[in-house]
Design a protein around this ligand. Structure first.
Ligand SMILES: NC(=O)c1ccc[n+]([C@@H]2O[C@H](COP(=O)([O-])OP(=O)(O)OC[C@H]3O[C@@H](n4cnc5c(N)ncnc54)[C@H](OP(=O)(O)O)[C@@H]3O)[C@@H](O)[C@H]2O)c1
Length: 320
C-alpha cells in the first residue's frame, strides 16, 4: 500500500511545522492533529488549498488520537513539552501520549510511524525529561515495532528557542551566560534538515524499525556556540560560565512563570540537558544515510539572528 495521507501530531510546533511543509512538498495529503487548531492555522498555507487539514486532538486522550489516525497510512509524532504544567506531564505527554499514538497506529493498520525523539534519550537517566524521552521510545516499540525514530541534537531555525534566546540575552545583558565551563559539546541541526529526514524516511520503507541520530556538519562546545552567536549579531560581550547548580536554581524560579501560562526562558531540566554532550554517536545512521547534506549553522543563523544586531536587521556596520 502506498502512502497518500499522513497525520502529523505536533504540527503546530517548531519542528512539526517544518515537517508539515516538507511533506506537503512531497504531495501527501496531511492531517495536522493539534490541541489548539487556532495556533496551527498558519501551517495550512504550506500546501495547496485543501491539502493540509487541521484536526483537534490531544494525545493524552486515546479516542481523539484514534480519530486523528484513522484513514492515514503514515503518522509522525512531533509532540513534546519542554517543562511540566498541570496535566501536561512528561509521563502523560511523552510516554503515555506516544504510546497512545503507537497503539492507535497498530489498531488502524498504519504502515509507518515516525517518532521525533532526541539524542541522549535514556530510560535509565536520573533526569525526568531525558528519562521520559527514553521511556517513550520503549513504549512506542512495544506497540508498533516498525516505528522509525529520529533523534535530533539541538535544532536551529527561524523560530528556535536556543539561538534566539542566546542572541536576545546578548542584546540586552552586559554579558552572555553559559552553563558551567561551556565545554559540553552539541551538534546543532537545521530544522529544514530534520523535516527533510522525516520526509525521506517515509519515502524509504527500508528505514522502518531504525533509529537515526540527526546532527549538523559541525560539533561545537557551548562556549563556541556563544561566540558564534555574538559574531553573528556583531556584538562584543564577555561569555561567563555560571555553575550548573546555580543555573538550575535560576531555571527552577524561571519555570514558575509557567503557572501564569507563560513559556519560561529556562528550566532546570533544560540546564541539565546542557550538562551532557549531545552529538551523533560514531557510526549511528544519520542525515547522510538518508542522502541529506547537513546545513551549517553559520549559513542559517544570520538569516534570522540579524534582528539582534545593533540598529536591527538593516544595520550592517554597527558593533558594540
Ligand atoms: N527543538 C529542539 O531543539 C529539539 C531537539 C531535540 C528533540 N526535540 C523534540 O522534538 C519534539 C518537538 O519539539 P519542538 O521544539 O517542535 O516543540 P514545540 O515547538 O514546543 O512543539 C510541541 C508540539 O507538541 C504539541 N503538544 C504538546 N502537548 C500535546 C498534547 N497533549 N496533545 C497534542 N499535542 C501536544 C504542541 O501543540 P499544542 O501545545 O498546541 O497542543 C506543539 O505542536 C519534542 O519531542 C522535542 O523534545 C526538539
Amino acid at each position: 500500500m502506498s502512502i497518500e495521507q499522513v497525520t502529523v501530531f505536533g504540527g503546530s510546533g517548531f519542528i512539526g511545522r517544518a515537517i508539515v511543509q516538507a511533506l506537503a512538498r512531497q504531495g501527501y495529503q496531511i492531517r495536522v492533529a493539534v490541541r489548539r487548531t487556532e495556533l496551527a492555522e498558519p501551517v495550512t498555507t504550506s500546501g495547496d488549498v485543501g491539502q493540509i487539514m487541521l484536526m483537534r486532538s490531544n494525545i493524552r486522550m486515546p479516542q481523539s488520537v484514534a480519530v486523528a489516525v484513522a484513514g492515514s497510512q503514515a503518522v509522525v509524532n512531533a509532540t513534546g513539552i519542554p517543562f511540566q504544567r498541570g496535566r501536561q506531564r512528561y509521563q502523560s505527554v511523552h510516554v503515555d501520549g506516544a504510546r497512545n499514538i503507537a497503539a492507535a497506529c497498530k489498531a488502524a493498520g498504519v504502515e509507518r510511524l515516525v517518532h521525533i525523539s532526541g539524542i541522549g534519550a535514556d530510560r535509565e537517566s536520573g533526569n525526568p525529561f531525558i528519562r521520559s524521552k527514553g521511556q517513550a521510545e520503549q513504549a512506542v516499540v512495544a506497540e508498533f515495532e516498525q516505528a522509525t525514530f529520529l533523534r535530533p541534537s539541538v535544532v536551529f531555525g527561524h523560530d528556535d528557542q536556543i539561538f534566539n534566546r542566546m542572541a536576545g540575552i546578548a542584546a540586552k545583558a552586559p554579558f552572555l551566560p553559559i552553563v558551567g565551563s561551556g565545554k559540553v559539546r552539541v551538534q546543532p541541526v537545521f530544522v529544514g534538515d530534520v523535516s527533510a529526514a522525516a520526509a525521506a524516511v517515509l519515502a524509504k520503507p527500508e528505514t522502518a524499525k531504525s533509529v537515526f541520530e540527526l546532527g549538523g556538519p559541525l560539533i561545537y562546545t557551548y562556549r563556541e556556540l556563544a561566540e558564534l552567536v555574538l559574531r553573528t549579531i556583531d556584538r562584543r560581550r564577555p561569555i561567563i560560565g555560571i555553575p550548573a547548580e546555580l543555573m538550575k536554581i535560576a531555571g527552577f524560579f524561571a519555570q514558575q512563570i509557567a503557572l501564569f501560562g507563560l513559556r519560561p526562558p529556562l528550566t532546570a531540566d533544560q540546564v541539565e540537558l546542557m550538562c551532557h554532550d549531545n552529538v551523533v554517536r560514531a557510526g549511528a545512521p544519520s542525515l547522510d544515510s538518508l542522502g541529506i547534506q547537513p546545513t551549517a549553522a553559520e549559513v542559517i543563523l544570520p538569516t534570522y539572528l540579524d534582528r539582534f544586531r545593533i540598529g536591527g536587521r538593516y544595520n550592517q556596520h554597527a558593533s558594540a
